[in-house]
Design a protein around this ligand. Structure first.
Ligand SMILES: Cc1cc2nc3c(=O)[nH]c(=O)nc-3n(C[C@H](O)[C@H](O)[C@H](O)COP(=O)(O)OP(=O)(O)OC[C@H]3O[C@@H](n4cnc5c(N)ncnc54)[C@H](O)[C@@H]3O)c2cc1C
Length: 485
């Protein structure tokens, strides 16, 4: 509440991904009603579930089934705040086990023809791994037993070694005294003597498909991100929202003023608040005043919108990732056959939600991995496709910006979100951005939220943590957080 006028303070939350929706929800539900929230989105629909696919069911209720694109899976241990929020909102989710197949592609992928007329030259998988060892994985039919046993022993041995390292060999932290950044994943894996072949054939395909980036980009991540993720999700169950994230979206949006089709161009701090500029219907620039603005957008967009952050945020790496939902099984036929997938048996399309194991096929070169996720409703979702997908079989194709991490961007993010009691910017090896990084989230009436706005892998948990931080900065308690309740 504005103490002068006892009117609620106006807050523009920009972006309708998970971070924007949760921030808007938290401020809107403030028991003291101190904030009037307007949610602004450049698309013509709420973006959290914009690419999810509704599949018509033939059950008596005729309610659609949802395939989330991209996948919005989460796991116990790592996603503490997301799970608490889902429980508080009454969102239904169910346990989901995965079966991963690992296939190494010949060096020159482009030489591989995926023509449906020829037998596929793609080799079958060399290994199948069941998440949390929940079942004995099938032996790929493409390998003989002795070959498979040797490969399985090799993969298991180094999986165990990597797991032990995650728990007992800490990554090197940054050293501000001599200007050393925190240890990269690449450096860490070499230091613990994990063989290169295990790294390129198993570890990188798996973690780079979680972060949807190339192997090289993945190796630049701070080692602490990957180790923390592994430690916290070790032996934890994975889950997915039973009726898709559109059900979360509906609950978070209740009562909030949403404006779609508002493409912001500038965010300009003023002595008495913040002006946001966007294009009006006739192409004219519209300027609107708010007391505060929360930018729940990716850092490249925030850098363009808000000049004081340009220098810092342009140093945060991002990539563009393509996801295609389709029914073209051509390039993964050997994996489907080898893992006994119901797709390969041409079973009739199932209308019932399949709570059983889902298969994820990882097809890797030395530098990148395509992941093909078999949805229970007979849809394949390919991320980072290496092979052309038959256009006639494409249901939906979308591009997403994915925020990446490296040791330098980690310092930038930590500096932006450092505690208000720390007045000084931590000294770092790179003074070029340290000089410009005195800005903290909340300065000038501008706050940041997003999957990237915390010290960890860029996933949904970061969206919730950063939204809760904005709420805490504005003295709003988070109803699902036991510590503030
Ligand atoms: C292929 C893929 C698979 C993934 N799988 C998982 C998973 O299984 N589990 C998991 O936890 N995470 C997963 N993630 C990561 C997770 O989805 C993201 O971290 C999260 O969605 C980021 O949400 P956000 O709210 O920070 O940003 P975004 O979802 O990017 O939202 C930003 C919003 O800002 C809007 N916007 C941008 N510019 C403007 C402007 N100028 N004016 C107004 N609005 C603007 C955008 O339209 C968008 O609505 C996956 C990501 C991808 C790409």
């Amino acid at each position: 509440m504005d103490p002068q006028s006892s009117q609620p303070r106006s807050v523009a939350v920009v972006g309708t991904g998970m971070a924007g929706l949760v921030t808007a929800h938290l401020l809107h539900q403030d028991p003291q009603k101190r904030y009037r929230v307007t949610l602004l989105e450049k698309r013509d629909q709420i973006s959290l579930s914009a690419e999810s696919i509704a599949i018509h069911s033939q059950d008596e209720k005729n309610s659609p089934l949802w395939a989330d694109v991209p996948m919005r899976a989460f796991a116990g241990g790592f996603y503490r705040n997301l799970i608490q929020m889902y429980d508080y909102l009454g969102v239904r989710y169910h346990a989901q086990s995965f079966l991963f197949s690992f296939t190494k592609l010949p060096r020159k992928v482009q030489e591989i023809s995926s023509s449906p007329l020829k037998p596929s030259p793609i080799p079958g998988p060399r290994m199948v791994y069941a998440s949390n060892f929940h079942q004995i994985p099938p032996i790929p039919r493409t390998m003989d037993l002795v070959q498979w046993l040797l490969e399985a022993a090799y993969a298991l041995l180094f999986y165990c070694w990597f797991t032990i390292c995650c728990f007992f060999v800490a990554p090197f932290p940054e050293d501000p005294q001599n200007g050393t950044p925190s240890e990269s994943l690449d450096h860490y894996l070499r230091r613990v003597w994990l063989p290169q072949s295990y790294v390129t054939d198993y570890l990188l395909p798996l973690v780079s498909s979680v972060c949807t980036c190339s192997h090289e980009e993945m190796l630049r991540f701070p080692a602490s991100d990957v180790l923390e993720y592994k430690r916290r999700t070790h032996h934890q169950q994975h889950y997915v929202v039973s009726s898709g994230v559109q059900s979360v979206q509906g609950k978070l949006l209740k009562g909030i003023d949403v404006r779609l089709g508002v493409d912001l161009t500038h965010v300009l701090p003023q002595p008495d608040g913040v002006h946001v500029n966007y294009s009006g219907l006739k192409g004219q620039t519209v300027s609107e005043h708010f007391d505060m603005v929360v930018l729940a957008v990716s850092p490249d967009i925030a850098a363009k919108l808000f000049a004081p952050l340009q220098a810092q945020l342009t140093a945060i790496p991002t990539t563009s990732v393509e996801t295609v939902a389709h029914t073209d099984t051509t390039s993964v036929e050997p994996m489907l056959r080898a893992t006994g997938s119901f797709f390969s048996n041409k079973l009739p399309l199932s209308n019932a939600t399949n709570f059983n194991t889902q298969r994820i096929h990882l097809l890797s070169t030395d530098s990148t991995t395509e992941s093909v996720h078999e949805q229970s409703n007979s849809i394949l979702v390919t991320t980072n496709p290496l092979f052309p997908v038959n256009k006639a079989k494409v249901i939906r194709s979308a591009r997403f910006t994915r925020v990446l991490r490296d040791s330098r961007s980690r310092l930038i993010v930590n500096s932006i979100f450092r505690d208000r009691s720390q007045s000084n910017v931590p000294s770092t090896c790179d003074s070029s951005y340290a000089a410009s990084s005195s800005w903290r989230s909340g300065d000038d009436g501008v706050y940041l939220a997003g999957g990237w706005c915390w010290d960890g892998m860029v996933l949904l948990e970061g969206c919730i943590v950063s939204a809760m931080r904005v709420a805490a900065d504005l003295d709003v308690r988070t109803p699902w957080d036991n510590e503030t309740r």
